[in-house]
Design a protein around this ligand. Structure first.
Ligand SMILES: Nc1ncnc2c1ncn2[C@@H]1O[C@H](COP(=O)(O)OP(=O)(O)OP(=O)(O)O)[C@@H](O)[C@H]1O
Length: 252
């Protein structure tokens, strides 16, 4: 069931306020981004290539700092926190890069344990079980397909017992079956109360999985609301994103 955001407090929100950032000699990638999401929900970030989706996601956990504006997670400023505090924060809100970043010569069990060498064996196994890979615990990553590698990366985050997950394009490059398995994991985590911020290009996954969609365009929040509102919008800046997907969707 979709959590009731009307009862959300700052203790479970991620808030960007008038965030601006530019890179050397470049245009402003984010230019007045203001948005607030509940960390109890699954929020998907959509937008054109290069619009700043990953930049926004990385900023949420202090991997990038804005030139101006503020980022708050659970009522605390992220953009002004010292790095040692951010390291702690990222254990509660791990950020998963696009590639699985596993050590090929270590078993899945060992790869998961790397995130927390002090984790009990039960916790490692429980993390692998949550992504449907417990029986593969003693296999090596090269024996897995790309979807299972991605799920192992999620298990490595889960062993930290996080409060929120940030995932950068978790299904890009996966075939439909592997993508569905990753989506099932996200859905199951959501039903256990674990929210996430997910950068996506695959709008097929929004219906039924996303609580909210946050669209980044021209450096700002162009839409923040339920997936249907995005997918069915007639606003030109949203249609330009959804139209190719709609055409593709009718191809089956
Ligand atoms: N560390 C950086 N240094 C310089 N430029 C950067 C840096 N990070 C991002 N950019 C630039 O900022 C813009 C937005 O990047 P970002 O990765 O957020 O886009 P995106 O919306 O996630 O795109 P895609 O969908 O293609 O992954 C791009 O033009 C990118 O080249």
């Amino acid at each position: 069931m979709t959590p009731d955001t009307s009862t959300a407090t700052k203790e479970d929100t991620l808030r960007f306020t008038d965030v601006r950032v530019a890179f050397e000699q470049g245009r402003r990638v984010l230019d007045g981004m203001t948005a607030e999401v509940s960390t109890r929900e699954l929020t998907f970030i959509a937008g054109a290539s290069g619009s700043g989706k990953s930049v926004l996601c990385r900023m949420a956990v202090g991997l990038l700092r804005p030139d101006s504006g503020s980022v708050e997670l659970w009522g605390e400023r992220v953009d002004t926190q010292p790095e040692r505090e951010l390291v702690r924060l990222r254990r509660r809100a791990p950020y998963l890069v696009q590639g699985p970043a596993l050590l090929d010569w270590r078993t899945l069990r060992e790869n998961v344990r790397l995130a927390d060498p002090s984790a009990a064996e039960d916790a490692v196994e429980s993390a692998l079980e949550q992504v449907g890979l417990l029986e593969w615990a003693d296999r090596l990553p090269p024996e897995l397909g790309p979807g299972a590698k991605k799920r192992t990366a999620i298990a490595r985050a889960l062993v930290l017992k996080p409060r929120y997950l940030l995932l950068d394009e978790p299904t890009t490059g996966l075939d439909r079956r592997a993508a569905s398995q990753v989506e099932e994991v996200l859905s199951s985590l959501k039903s256990q109360g674990l929210g996430g911020l997910v950068v996506t290009h695959d709008y097929r996954q929004l219906r039924g999985l996303a609580d909210r969609v946050l669209v980044v365009a021209q450096g700002r929040c162009a839409y923040l609301g339920p997936p249907e509102g995005f997918l069915e919008s007639s606003a030109p800046e949203l249609q330009v994103l959804t139209a190719p997907f709609m055409e593709g969707a009718t191809d089956g």
